[in-house]
Design a protein around this ligand. Structure first.
Ligand code: ZN
Length: 616
């Protein structure tokens, strides 16, 4: 058969990359090929630097010249010819992800599907009271009001400011211009006067008094009472951005109604959730304090005072160093004098109060005599911690700030990465971060038992998405990653783990097929049972119409291979030769191949791999 017509095999002719000695190899398509050999024998040179490099180069050539200039030069690997090459995907040890936001959940897409699921099916709870959030249509609101307040005198309010600081002079003016006469400010109803304002430094709640009505009883005549109430409700909903408040004129008790998801007691409301609301990469979802990282850098006192046996003058405060005549030391001198401690005392012997004031400052102004010369006699001392933090904020001295800080769990989201609203949506009593924190094994159990815990509505909308999530979680289990949680940062993964995750992700993409996968020792760090599972996955990928090439030392993988390429005999200059290629039995027959002699023994003793497959 002419080589180029061979659809069954990939042929590499005259490979000379690095130490490869002009070798020809054959890789059967739709099968699992293992490249073996000692370290430095040329395995990566063949798999990655020749086959993958050529595959990628050909892929790049499909782009036009303009696009190619942004991709960098793709040098042609030193090889005569490769035939039968299909699109190549490499799943390597080296390709670690440097993005701190990248996690197991994001690489596997499991988290993306969880976000969609939560946006559609989760129930919202108030982060203030824990109550289930409710939402009503305008008609439902009117019905509820007649039911709850029929015959009573109520005040219809439109909330416009909730728990925010400001003087609100313009707002009061706007309300007045719209023709309203009264507002309720922090619980008190007041007439709007010209130049009305609130204390700008205090937190306020402001509502517009829209109407004072006697609520018609349910089923009352379709007369003016009902019409007027409906109109007031409509107006108040418009002014209050879909939230209204009703005040019982007798008892002063308030109640909220909303077209949005709303806490019935406090009136806080949530936007309709979209998948982005559950993303720790998006400002709409992430915790504002740590911006979705789950950790923050905080000043670490033990780094500021590395040696508390020193006095402040002798250099106890590391960022300040030894005493010198500068502004901070003059402040410290004045502070010590006022607070009654000495800069000559070892830091550890200072009273806790003195230590605290040095580190965290004092709100009381310090009087510095020498400053009078410049017309200013007082300054506040904010403390060493603040100085370092400010330096970091100015971005000028980021290095210093980093030197004295340590990473700790974000105090606001407790490492959950999301804002409190996102964390208040739950399915079967779990928020999305609870699921992301679970390892794959626990998540599988949770998903297996989920059906009974869903409401009818949830079950109806969950079907398809749940299937996607379960498939992906199943693949993660199959490649032996049961112990990983979706929040594990991609940076902390071992090379073997990262490869298996990518493999699981590839498997869950249904459109795979006709692809050449190249993997670099994917069994690294795997337990015996998991090696077997991984091998099965690789075989599954191959039987699904893909070609799988794996660099591997693990005998359990080698003996299950359809094809072995053994390079050697040694590393470096003494390597790069093809010692044997063929089926495990064929390679076992080659005396000069280490791998051959190695697998010969196992092949004689057991046919573990085949037996296992016969069982299935
Ligand atoms: Zn946070």
């Amino acid at each position: 058969m002419h080589e180029s017509l061979d659809l069954e095999n990939i042929h590499v002719y005259g490979a000379r990359v690095h130490n490869l000695k002009n070798i020809d190899v054959t890789i059967p398509r739709n099968s699992l090929t293992v490249i073996t050999g000692l370290s430095g024998s040329g395995k990566s040179s063949l798999a990655f630097d020749t086959i993958f490099a050529e595959g990628r180069r050909r892929y790049m050539e499909t782009f036009n010249a303009y696009a190619r200039q942004f991709m960098g030069d793709m040098e042609r690997p030193d090889v005569d010819k490769i035939t039968g090459l299909s699109p190549v995907i490499s799943i390597e040890q080296k390709s670690t992800n440097r993005n701190p936001r990248s996690t197991v959940g994001t690489i596997t897409e499991i988290y993306d599907f969880l976000r969609v699921w939560y946006a559609r099916a989760a129930e919202a709870y108030s982060y203030e009271t824990g109550e289930k959030m409710v939402r009503y249509t305008e008609d439902q609101i009117c019905d509820l009001i007649t039911k709850q307040y029929g015959g009573k005198k109520v005040i219809v309010l439109a909330p416009v400011v909730r728990g925010r600081k400001g003087h609100y002079r313009e707002l009061f003016e706007q309300i007045r211009r719209k023709g309203y006469l009264q507002v309720r400010v922090d619980g008190d109803i007041k007439d709007i006067i010209i130049n009305m304002k609130t204390d700008r430094y205090k937190v306020h709640n402001i509502e517009i008094v829209v109407d004072k009505i006697i609520v018609p009883t349910n089923g009352a005549e379709k007369g003016g009472g009902m019409e007027r109430m409906r109109k007031s409700v409509k107006t108040a909903l418009a002014l209050g951005k879909d939230v209204i408040m009703l005040l019982d004129a007798e008892t002063g008790e308030a109640r909220h109604y909303s077209k949005l998801l709303m806490c019935p007691t406090t009136g806080i409301s949530y936007k309709d959730p979209a998948p982005a609301n559950f993303s720790y990469n998006s400002p709409t979802g992430f915790c504002p304090t740590c911006k979705g990282l789950g950790v923050v850098n905080r000043i670490d006192v033990t780094k500021i005072i590395p040696n508390p046996k020193l006095s402040i003058k002798k250099g106890a405060i590391d960022p300040l160093g030894k005493y010198k005549d500068n502004f901070v030391f003059r402040q410290l001198e004045a502070l010590a004098e006022r607070e009654g401690f000495s800069l000559d005392t070892p830091f550890e012997e200072l009273t806790p109060e003195a230590q605290d004031v040095v580190l965290n400052g004092s709100p009381e102004p310090l009087h510095l005599d020498w400053m009078r010369m410049y017309g200013a006699g007082a300054s506040t001392y904010d403390g060493i911690v603040k100085y370092i933090e400010n330096a970091a904020d100015d971005d000028e001295d980021d290095e210093t700030a980093l030197k004295y800080s340590a990473e700790c769990t974000c105090p606001d989201c407790k490492g959950n990465r999301l804002n409190r609203e996102a964390l208040s949506f739950r399915i079967a009593d779990k928020n999305i971060a609870d699921l992301a924190m679970m390892d794959i094994a626990d998540l599988r159990v949770f998903l297996d038992e989920i059906d009974d815990k869903l409401t009818d509505r949830q079950r109806k909308i969950s079907g398809e998405i749940l299937k996607e999530i379960k498939t992906r979680v199943g693949f993660m289990h199959d490649v032996g990653l049961d112990y990983l949680s979706r929040y594990r940062s991609a940076q902390t993964l071992s090379g073997g783990e990262a490869q298996r995750i990518k493999l699981a992700t590839e498997l869950s993409r249904r459109e795979t097929g006709r692809t050449l996968y190249i993997l670099d020792e994917p069994t690294t760090g795997l337990h015996f049972a998991d090696v077997h599972k991984l091998t099965e996955i690789l075989k599954k990928l191959a039987s699904g119409g893909n070609t799988v090439v794996v660099i591997e030392h693990n005998l359990d993988v080698i003996k299950c291979a359809d094809w072995i390429i053994d390079l050697g005999p040694e590393g470096g200059d003494a390597g790069g030769t093809l010692l044997a290629q063929g089926t495990p039995e064929e390679v076992a027959a080659v005396e000069s191949s280490y791998t051959g002699q190695y697998i010969k023994k196992t092949l004689e003793r057991t046919y573990l791999c085949e037996e296992k497959q016969d069982d299935e």
